[in-house]
Design a protein around this ligand. Structure first.
Ligand SMILES: NC(=O)c1ccc[n+]([C@@H]2O[C@H](COP(=O)([O-])OP(=O)(O)OC[C@H]3O[C@@H](n4cnc5c(N)ncnc54)[C@H](O)[C@@H]3O)[C@@H](O)[C@H]2O)c1
Length: 353
């Protein structure tokens, strides 16, 4: 195989973002597109000139000759669509969070193994230049023993509403939508330790801020701040790993704060922060020094994260490259997410096995 015939399932915002990247990676041919919303389906298919259009995934899978599927649907449908595609013999790239529950995520992995197909999860933060270089420093021992990290993803008026604030379709709020990214990324940079427990709190004080006169960001088509909102609007959690390391999570859709995304990793020899330019806090000649790697884009081909992520999926399918965001990573993160909600509900630390 020298070309991957891929189908996009879910033609909304992130689906379009992926289609832009497939245009650039000529090893992919977007052979079909599926969305059960006919209007969205046709709008997106028209923009990208995709002829084969389906409102039903089963019809698409039985009619088209495909190698892979890109699953960009609501969280509640990730497992259903991914498992159907895997059982049809396709490799699958599924957006984050992996699924609606740990049980669903495990069923997805089982389907991938049964069919001997790749199942990659959309942990896009792993693919930034900053991440690649941070990992290089970490793997070469520049931070020493890593024992603490901070995972921050805070929005001020950023509840996307629509299906995002409807728990039956999203599974949860910022924990599942935003926290998932920074939890996965800090854990990845820390060497993928095994989580052992979570102590968390969630709040639903501000909801989707329907009275605010400015528009909330990141809203899917048709969404409004008057939509049903039964998800949390802010969460904080302490995640403990089996090597003794701890991650502090803060994430919100709605919070009276300065919005920020940050990943900070702390070790015995140095610390680092990734957003706003990679910075390393270390010691040299018995002085405290800050180190700022320069020309990051020149060092790693200058690709942006979504492009690098899709290129990696292509490498996995075409060249057998080991997947660096696989089903096991997705399941571990789902266990953390589920434990956050359980801990917030019970008020106790939740043990993860
Ligand atoms: N990696 C990232 O940074 C990132 C960013 C945004 C969204 N996402 C993820 O991508 C997914 C989609 O988010 P979005 O913002 O594109 O939402 P969206 O609402 O813009 O698009 C989702 C589309 O999926 C369609 N859909 C839902 N279930 C379907 C099914 N069973 N069959 C066919 N079509 C179906 C809907 O009609 C909708 O058009 C979510 O899981 C979200 O968490 C990831």
């Amino acid at each position: 195989m020298d070309k991957v015939r891929i189908a996009l399932i879910g033609a909304g915002n992130i689906g379009k973002c992926h289609l832009e990247r497939y245009k650039k990676d000529t090893r992919f041919e977007v052979a079909a597109i599926c969305d059960f919303n006919e209007l969205t389906l046709n709008e997106t298919a028209d923009i990208y000139g995709i002829e084969k259009r389906y409102t039903d995934i089963d019809e698409m899978l039985s009619s088209e000759k495909l190698d892979a599927a890109d699953v960009c649907v609501w969280n509640c449908n990730h497992a259903k669509c991914s498992i159907k595609a895997l059982n049809a013999g396709l490799h699958v790239f599924c957006e984050k969070p992996m699924a609606y529950s740990v049980a669903e995520a495990e069923a997805m992995k089982e389907a991938a193994e049964k069919n001997n197909r790749i199942l990659m999860i959309g942990f896009v933060m792993r693919f930034s230049n900053e991440s690649t270089i941070a990992k290089d420093f970490i793997d070469n021992g520049y931070l020493g023993e890593i024992y603490y990290s901070k995972a921050t993803y805070l929005r001020r008026h950023g509840n996307p509403c629509g299906w995002f604030s409807d728990k039956s379709r999203s599974g949860g709020g910022p924990v599942l939508d935003l926290g998932v990214h920074v939890i996965d990324h800090t854990r990845y940079l820390m060497g993928n330790p095994k989580p052992v427990s979570v102590y968390a709190t969630t709040f639903d004080k501000l909801k989707n801020r329907p009275h605010i006169k400015t528009k909330s960001g990141w809203m899917p088509k048709g969404a409004t701040t008057q939509d049903l909102c039964d998800v949390e609007d802010m969460a904080t959690a302490l995640i403990r790993y089996d090597n003794g390391a701890v991650t502090l999570l803060e994430t919100s859709f709605s919070l009276n704060t300065q919005p920020s995304i940050q990943k900070e990793i702390y070790g015995t020899k140095g610390g680092m922060s990734l957003e706003g330019g990679l910075k390393i806090y270390s010691e040299m000649n018995d002085y405290l020094v800050d180190i700022t790697p320069v020309d990051l884009n020149l060092l790693i081909n200058g690709t942006e994260p979504f492009e690098a992520e899709i290129k990696h999926f292509g490498d996995c399918v075409l060249s057998g490259t080991k997947c660096m965001a696989n089903a096991d990573d997705g399941i571990v993160v789902m266990k953390i997410l589920e434990a956050i909600y359980k801990s917030a509900k019970t008020g106790h630390e939740v043990i993860i096995d």
